[in-house]
Design a protein around this ligand. Structure first.
Ligand SMILES: [Zn+2]
Length: 199
């Protein structure tokens, strides 16, 4: 492998740590940035450095936001009765893109995993239990991924969230086993949502 100048190699190495970016893609991006006017690289650096300063999580649902409460939670036109529980903020984007859901979300921040040491205390479950104590909420859709850990998390949640008058459903078939929701096309996700069943 040809030796790269150190600054270029540093950038390739950093880009290569991003999800879904392999060595070759990282090289293409870094070379592209070097070939572009220097303002482009500076804008990228600025955007990256502002990220953690500006973006936090919604006080209500856990989705990413720059305000205390995210635009979805503060949207008066959405249905309050249905809550869709997802693993992370990317899943919210997938559902929003599919335009198949008009209720509210709750972002867990991961799934239960005994192997990785993720326990209920590590996820946004306490805030979820508090939210569903609101009798206005009549259905919880468990939309964790159809993996072993996603299924186990759904089963756990179905157990701890059960209360009178609350339907607990799981998204249906069409989502590939072990698949990640964010990678599924909108039509499939819509079908999975429509095919949800009681847990
Ligand atoms: Zn929110």
């Amino acid at each position: 492998m040809a030796n790269l100048p150190r600054a270029l190699e540093n950038l390739v190495a950093e880009l290569g740590k991003l999800p879904g970016v392999g060595r070759r893609s990282a090289e293409r991006m870094a070379f592209g940035l070097l070939a572009a006017p220097h303002e482009r690289a500076e804008a990228l650096a600025r955007a990256a450095s502002e990220l953690h300063q500006r973006v936090g999580t919604c006080d209500v649902c856990g989705y990413y936001t720059e305000d205390g409460v995210c635009p979805i939670c503060s949207d008066a036109n959405r249905e309050d009765q249905v809550l869709c529980v997802v693993e992370d903020s990317l899943d919210v984007i997938a559902f929003e893109r599919s335009a198949s859901f008009r209720g509210r979300y709750h972002v867990l921040g991961g799934v239960l995993s005994p192997l990785k040491g993720v326990t209920p205390d590590d996820l946004n479950i306490a805030s979820l239990r508090q939210r569903i104590s609101d009798p206005q909420i009549t259905e919880i859709i468990l939309a964790t991924s159809p993996s072993v850990e996603g299924d186990a998390t759904a089963i756990y949640l179905a157990d701890v969230l059960a209360r009178e008058g609350l339907a607990i459903t799981r998204i249906g078939r069409g989502v590939p086993v072990g698949g990640s929701l964010e990678l599924i096309d909108g039509g499939t996700l819509r079908m999975a949502l429509e095919g949800r069943r009681s847990v």
